[in-house]
Write a protein of this length. Structure first.
Ligand code: SF4
Length: 177
């Protein structure tokens, strides 16, 4: 049977959700027989090719994140989001309490920053936007919340997809134990 093609991406995140995926440990060997990961943060592929399942970790926090989310959405049949940042905005959305100007000033003018450092412009870094969950930018088909989601929750969601079902996570596996 042909393997299910998967691509994953991370946006504004800490990588913890992908680390939780890797924490599946030996269960990854079983998954490797059924899925083929064509793109991930490790491959650093700049443009996606068509896949069955797209997976996003992290919130949409700058214009580049928006482009990545739209590109993956356009190239996948099912889009799944991992973690509270992607599902709800998560801890990143605390930035929305401050203006983008104040945020950049704080990032790049800290007590330990070199006195002659400059605050980057949109020519240097992707312009920041108010932090959003992924579903405020593209249609999302399934959600795996948690910070990070437990390996058990990620495995459940992937197993459901492999069975042809859109996963709806039972509450008891949404706790990290
Ligand atoms: S949901 Fe938690 S673990 Fe995942 S990227 Fe956000 S902060 Fe990191």
């Amino acid at each position: 049977m042909a393997k299910v093609k998967v691509a994953t991406a991370w946006l504004d995140c800490c990588s913890g959700c992908h680390m939780s995926f890797l924490d599946l440990d030996e269960a990854l060997i079983g998954l490797a027989d059924k899925i083929e990961i064509l793109a991930s943060p490790i491959t650093d592929i700049k443009k996606f090719t068509p896949v069955d399942v797209g997976i996003i970790e992290g919130s949409v926090s700058n214009e580049h994140d928006e482009e990545v989310a739209k590109d993956l959405r356009a190239n996948c049949k099912i889009l799944m989001v991992w973690g509270d940042c992607a599902c709800f905005g998560g801890i990143n959305s605390m930035r929305n309490l401050f203006s983008i100007e104040d945020t950049l000033h704080r990032y790049y003018s800290t007590e330990s920053t070199a006195q002659d450092s400059k605050i980057p412009t949109s020519e240097d870094i992707p312009p920041l936007i108010p932090v959003k969950p992924v579903n405020q930018v593209v249609k999302v088909d399934c959600y795996v919340p948690g910070c990070p989601p437990s390996p058990k929750a990620i495995h459940y969601a992937l197993a459901e997809l492999l069975e042809g079902r859109v996963p709806v996570l039972p509450s008891e596996i949404m706790r990290f134990d």
